[in-house]
Design a protein around this ligand. Sequence first.
Ligand SMILES: C[S@@+](CC[C@H](N)C(=O)[O-])C[C@H]1O[C@@H](n2cnc3c(N)ncnc32)[C@H](O)[C@@H]1O
Length: 406
Amino acid sequence: MSENFAYPVGLRLSGRRVVVLGAGQVAQRRLPALIAAGADILLISPSATASVEAMAEAGEVRWERRRYQEGDFEGAWYVLITTDDPEANAAASAEAEARRIWCVRSDDAEAASAWTPATGRSEGVTVAVLTGHDPRRSAAVRDAVVEGLRDGTLAAPRHRARGPRVALVGGGPGDPDLITVRGRRLLAEADVVVADRLGPRDLLDELPPHVEVIDAAKIPYGRFMAQEAINNALIEHAKAGKSVVRLKGGDPFVFGRGMEEAEALAEAGIPCTVVPGISSSISVPGAAGIPVTHRGVAHEFTVVSGHVAPDDPSSLVDWAALARLRGTLVLLMAVEKIGAIAATLVAHGRAADTPVAVVQEGTTPAQRRVDATLATVGERVAAEGVRPPAVVVIGDVVALSSRDHD
Ligand SMILES: C[S@@+](CC[C@H](N)C(=O)[O-])C[C@H]1O[C@@H](n2cnc3c(N)ncnc32)[C@H](O)[C@@H]1O
């Protein structure tokens, strides 16, 4: 068999002695995985990089500040030789060979009895790649596999039954590229996807034909509230053994009723994973060139729901207090009530000429921005026919960005 063919194996090093000679960049790269494997690590080196020193100080490795001596591998299961002293390396390598201890050498792979693969991890899978003589290629193959597992483009369904489960996935503001890698992978693994109107609907087109896509707005609710009907649909599909994703716009916990769904699932005894998403409250202003904070301009931003009019007794918002803030106000679900909200803010002291931007369908091809002030925003929104979904940004940060968006 070829000299370049290595037999792959997973070493279970927990509590077993591993000796590392040298404490430079190579050792620094290798040590974290040995520590994670629970190895009993003896590090022998007169000096060390700052990171390796920190590992020794944290008690993760035992460091002896000296050079290699014959006999250092007594009791070891595995050794790594990483010094730049060729004579010491050769002597150490000979000791490992004589003691039949597998030995990796960073200076001379040919002289070593073991090779370190390029490794990576994703969701409980360890990927280890060996190419013989081409470490860059090993790293590239490793990256491609790990990346594919993470984002679901490499289909590797789990075959051990996992029981019912639901993932509440934040899909981001609309652009399909703005979902998290974890969210995308869970979508790729789903049997059933319950989706809102908001969020990255384009992602649904990419799903394989066997995936059942349910429009949350169309779930019949009869004697239940719409939200209860959605909760029940999630529970029923999960109990039927399906892998269920509840895909929501933005972040599930920002005006997204995510907690209501998580609670209903918990009550039904169904495990639920929550995957955060990029909230429209930050990303939609950003997509229109508006930072929600800026040094010397705004030291705070406050996200408020505008779905209830300020004078409505059911409102939980202290608009008078918000009017006194100097920073940025971001309003969601406020298109309908923006005139009344702006008037209330002005009545409580916020300057009538405070700049306002309304960004409709942010991050999608239909994105548009309408600029105004607190005095004019009610009229402008009506005149321009702005429709939900839109984010309203109020404050001096609006003036920082160029106005050529609308
Ligand atoms: C029920 S809330 C859900 C918010 C969502 N969970 C989030 O974190 O972005 C819906 C509101 O979010 C805002 N919104 C969501 N996506 C948007 C987008 N692409 N462009 C503008 N506003 C958006 C609008 O104010 C909309 O009325």
